[in-house]
Design a protein. Structure first.
Length: 442
C-alpha cells in the first residue's frame, strides 16, 4: 500500500479516505516559540471579510509587524477547467463565465477568441458582434472596478463608498439583464459571435448611464481623495515597484500603478481595440493610492470606449457568423412561460428545410468539430492578462482548456507587499490586488 506525504489515510467501506490537514501548518507553528521569540503565527481566513473570498493567509507576526506572509488557495475549487473536457465547445461558455464571477464577459470573450482561432474564423466574426463584445466588456470593467472600490473602501472604514459603489454597479447589472437575460454568468459571448443583438431598450439605458456616471466618479473623489484617513491608509502602503511586478508576472492595474503602460488592448490588440480612441492610465508610485487612482481613471476611459461602441451600433448587421454549421441560433424567441423556445420559433426552424433542421439538431446535441491544434488567446481583464490555452484533438469537445488567471498570478505579490509592514496594511495591500477567488480556484 502506498502512503501519502501530504495526508493521512485510512480504509473505509467506501474505499480509501485521505485526511488533508492544511499543508505544513504544524511545522510552521512548531518552529516558533511565542514566549521567547515574541512571535505568533495566525490564520487570516479563509473565512474572513477582508480576503475577497475564501483566501487563507498565514501570517507570522512580531507585535503588529508582519515577518512572513503566505497565501493558501484552493478553498473554492470548482473544477471548471476539467468539466470543460466533458462538454461541447459551445457549452463551455456556460462554465467559463462562472470563474471570475465579477468579470464573466471577459472569461467568455477570451474563451470565444480561442475557439475561433482554432476554427480559423477569427476574420469572419461580424463587425457588429465584435463591437457588442467591446461594449459589454467595458461595461463589465466598470462594474468590476466599482466592486473593488466599494469593498476596499469598506475594509478601510469608508462604509458610505461601499453603498455608492454597489448602487452604480446595480445599474450596470440591470443593463446586462436587459441584453442577456441575466445579471451575472451570462453565457452571452459564444464562439462565432454573441447570443443575440442588443435591444433598443438597453441602448437607452446605456446612454443614461453615460450621462450619470461621470458625476458619480467626481463624488467618489470628493469623498475619498482628500480624506486624511483614506490618504494615510493608502499612500506609501503595500508598495511594489515595476521590477517586482515584472519578476512576479503581475499585470493589470497593479502593474500600471507602478508606471508601466502595459495594456493588451494597446500592446496586443484584439476585438478591434486598435480602432478605438482611449488612453492607458498609469501612476508612478506603485502603492495602494496609485492603484486607486489608476482604477478610477480606467473607469473614465471605459466610459469613452462604451460611447464609441454605441455610436458604431447605429449601423445594423448580423451578430453571428454566417456558417450555420457553427453558428448557434442568435435570434431566440422565448416561450410564453418564460422558458425554452416559443412554438413560433421552433416552427420557423422546422419550416426552413430538412437540412437546416438537421444542422440545428446536431449543433445543439453534439456541437461542431474543431480542427486539432492548440492556441493561446488573451484579453485585458479588470485584473490583468486573462489568457486561454485551448487544445483540440479534432473532436466536438475540448481536449484541454487552461486559463492564465490574473487573480492567481497577482496573489504572488502579497508577501512582497506585506512582509515588513503592519498587519493592518495586509488588508489594504491584499484588497489593492483585487483578487477574485472564483477565478483563482478553477
Amino acid at each position: 500500500m502506498t502512503t501519502s506525504n501530504y495526508a493521512t489515510e485510512r480504509e473505509t467501506t467506501e474505499g480509501k479516505v485521505f485526511t488533508v490537514t492544511g499543508g505544513d501548518w504544524d511545522q510552521v507553528v512548531s518552529g516558533t516559540d511565542p514566549i521567547n521569540d515574541e512571535r505568533i503565527v495566525v490564520n487570516m481566513g479563509p473565512q474572513h471579510p477582508s480576503t475577497h473570498g475564501v483566501l487563507r493567509l498565514i501570517l507570522e507576526l512580531e507585535g503588529e509587524t508582519v515577518r512572513e506572509a503566505r497565501s493558501v488557495v484552493g478553498y473554492l475549487h470548482t473544477g471548471i477547467e476539467k468539466n470543460l473536457e466533458y462538454r461541447n465547445w459551445v457549452q463551455g461558455s456556460t462554465f467559463v463565465t462562472r470563474m471570475d464571477y465579477l468579470s464573466p464577459l471577459f472569461n467568455e470573450t477570451a474563451y470565444a477568441l480561442a475557439v475561433e482561432k482554432l476554427l480559423g474564423i477569427t476574420d469572419d466574426i461580424t463587425e457588429r458582434a465584435t463591437t457588442i463584445r467591446v461594449l459589454m466588456m467595458e461595461l463589465n470593467r466598470i462594474s468590476s472596478h466599482l466592486v473593488w472600490l466599494a469593498t476596499t473602501g469598506m475594509e478601510l472604514g469608508a462604509i458610505s463608498i461601499m453603498l455608492y459603489g454597489f448602487r452604480e454597479r446595480e445599474y450596470i447589472l440591470d443593463i446586462f439583464e436587459t441584453i442577456t437575460g441575466l445579471r451575472m454568468n451570462h453565457a452571452y459571448v459564444r464562439p462565432g459571435g454573441v447570443a443575440q443583438d442588443v435591444p433598443d431598450e438597453a441602448i437607452v439605458k446605456i446612454r443614461n448611464f453615460l450621462k450619470m456616471m461621470p458625476k458619480k466618479l467626481k463624488e467618489y473623489e470628493d469623498l475619498l481623495s482628500g480624506q486624511p484617513i483614506w490618504v494615510e491608509r493608502t499612500k506609501n502602503v503595500a508598495v511594489l515597484d515595476v521590477t517586482g511586478c515584472l519578476a512576479l508576472g503581475i499585470t493589470g492595474p497593479v502593474l500600471r500603478s507602478a508606471g508601466l503602460a502595459w495594456d493588451l488592448r494597446k500592446t496586443m490588440p484584439y476585438c478591434g481595440y486598435e480602432t478605438y480612441e482611449f488612453d492607458v492610465p498609469t501612476h508612478p508610485d506603485g502603492d495602494v493610492w496609485g492603484r486607486y487612482q489608476v482604477r478610477l481613471a480606467e473607469i473614465r476611459e471605459s466610459l469613452k470606449l462604451v460611447e464609441q461602441a454605441l455610436d458604431r451600433l447605429a449601423k445594423p448587421g448580423p451578430v453571428m457568423v454566417s456558417d450555420k454549421k457553427i453558428a448557434w441560433p442568435a435570434q431566440l424567441a422565448i416561450g410564453v412561460d418564460g422558458m425554452g423556445n416559443s412554438l413560433e420559433h421552433v416552427a420557423k426552424i422546422m419550416g426552413q428545410s430538412m437540412e437546416s433542421l438537421i444542422h440545428h439538431f446536431k449543433l445543439v446535441t453534439e456541437g461542431f468539430r474543431v480542427p486539432p491544434g492548440q492556441v493561446y488567446a488573451a484579453v485585458e481583464s479588470p485584473r490583468g492578462e486573462l489568457g486561454v490555452h485551448a487544445v483540440s484533438d479534432g473532436g466536438t469537445r475540448p481536449y484541454r482548456v487552461h486559463y492564465r488567471e490574473p487573480s492567481f498570478v497577482n496573489l504572488q505579490a502579497l508577501p512582497a507587499m506585506a512582509e515588513g509592514g503592519l498587519i493592518a496594511d495586509v488588508i489594504a495591500g491584499g484588497a489593492s490586488l483585487d483578487p477574485v477567488m472564483g477565478g483563482c480556484d478553477r
